[in-house]
Design a protein around this ligand. Structure first.
Ligand code: AMP
Ligand code: GLY
Length: 425
């Protein structure tokens, strides 16, 4: 039995918690800080996932064997290195990359150079800073719109601008490098070619040499139906992805996954953990839009129900460098998650709205995202509130079940997209 600490408080963590708690190898299980949903599977600890000192103390107090960072922030900030450099913590298994490996997500410039070195298909690009502002403007003027401007570092999902003309592109570029819109994160920017196609998310767990492929997923990022309106953290997800057929996935494996895992190994970058490939299919060919050094949210809410292997076993195999021994099994069922959100999201939204109807839900799993318990009642506590997730022999039935149950969870200002998975029905 292994004692486990999972970091994070979103729907992703709730889905991971649900999955871990089913393992015969899961001992005492903690989530920091967790939400009202994760408390059903383990013990929530009131610790921030960025507070390495407190996390370290909790690991010693509760004799933690495995630490799983859910979100990117602690990974990019170097939680792996923090643990490995501390004699008291260094034997704890961390399901996540070193600080150097997390740069795949933490720096767009790093990830673009990595892809260039390893011949991994991605949009053509150049990087610029305030010092090379004039060259950047000239590059924008030579490019054909739309033009994609990306802050180099983490920017809470807001660091990408798709400019429809050169004026808008220069404005976004100036705001980032000259006006430091995202502080340190936008001191450097990547300006790249716009790729026209359809996006999907592919996930692996790697031990640094071998890897297992997890179920792929598609998320729905915009707030409005028909993919309109501002970007959100994700309004729903489906798995499997109908257009990710065998032929396409073979290309993904040969051109993207293998060169990435081999590139990390050859460059001496320590990476034992999840890699999330944000891909786009352009005329049948896969390109990398971005890497993330963690699982996706809300993709994890549909990936975990389709993963038939024991997740703790996979993590132990990862730690032994023996993921090549594992035969990964994906359920043949389709899974669909519909995200219920708060009114106003992704702008300002209220918190603390009382929720009801949980007992009426039948046939769906509820992966809590922004919820909390207050005076014994479940209340809203974030923009994305709950992912209503269902599995069925086909996508249509999985969606129908999620929508049937989504209607039953009630709180003031509830909103959800009614068209998740619509293009595949
Ligand atoms: P990122 O933060 O890199 O995931 O970018 C956010 C979103 O912007 C992506 O999910 C895509 O929808 C879009 N995007 C980013 N880069 C490109 C690109 N080169 N071409 C087309 N769309 C892009
Ligand atoms: N769903 C996209 C992400 O987790 O970044």
């Amino acid at each position: 039995m292994k004692n486990i600490l999972l970091l994070g408080s979103g729907g992703r963590e709730c889905a991971i918690a649900w999955k871990l708690s089913q393992s015969h190898l899961c001992g005492t299980f903690f989530i920091a800080p967790g939400n009202a949903g994760t408390a059903e599977y383990g013990v929530n600890l009131p610790i921030s996932y960025n507070d390495f000192e407190e996390i370290g103390k909790a690991c010693l107090e509760y004799k933690i064997d495995i630490l799983i960072p859910g979100p990117e922030d602690p990974l990019v900030a170097g939680i792996y290195d923090h643990f490995k450099n501390d004699p008291k913590l260094k034997n704890i298994i961390i399901a996540g990359p070193s600080k150097a490996g997390a740069q795949l997500e933490g720096s767009k410039a790093f990830s673009k150079k990595f892809m260039e070195r390893n011949n991994i298909p991605t949009a053509a690009y150049k990087e610029f800073t305030a010092e090379s502002f004039e060259q950047g403007v000239a590059y924008i003027k030579r490019s054909t719109p739309p033009i994609v401007i990306k802050a180099d570092g983490l920017a809470a999902g807001k660091g990408v601008v798709i400019a429809q003309d050169t004026i808008e592109a220069v404005k976004a570029f100036r705001a980032m490098v000259m006006d430091k819109q995202f502080g340190e994160s936008s001191k450097k920017v990547v300006i790249e070619q716009f790729l026209e196609g359809i996006e999907l998310s592919v996930f692996i767990l790697t031990d640094g040499v071998n890897y297992v492929l997890l179920p792929e997923a598609k998320d729905y990022k915009r707030i409005g139906e028909g993919d309109k309106g501002p970007n959100t953290g994700g309004m729903g997800a489906i798995s499997p992805v109908p257009f990710a057929d065998d032929e396409f996935m073979l290309k993904v494996t040969e051109r993207i996954i293998l060169p990435t895992v081999n590139g990390l190994k050859d460059e001496g970058i320590i990476y034992q953990g999840f890699i999330f490939f944000g891909l786009i299919k352009v005329n049948g060919e896969p390109f990398v839009i971005e890497y993330n050094c963690r699982m996706g949210d809300p993709e994890t809410e549909v990936v975990m129900p389709r993963l038939e292997n024991d997740l703790v076993e996979l993590i132990l195999k990862m730690n032994e460098g023996k993921l090549n021994d594992v035969i990964v099994k994906h359920s043949r069922k389709a899974t669909a998650a519909v995200m219920l959100v708060s009114e106003g999201y992704p702008g300002n939204y209220p918190k603390g709205r009382e929720m009801s109807g949980f007992e009426k839900v039948n046939g769906s799993k509820l992966f809590h995202a922004g919820t909390a318990t207050k005076d014994g009642k479940v209340v809203t506590n974030g923009g994305r509130v709950i992912a209503v997730t269902s599995s069925a022999p086909n996508l249509k039935d999985a969606l129908a079940k999620s929508y049937e149950n989504a209607r039953l969870i009630e709180y003031e200002g509830r909103y959800y997209r009614k068209d998740i998975g619509w293009e595949f029905e």
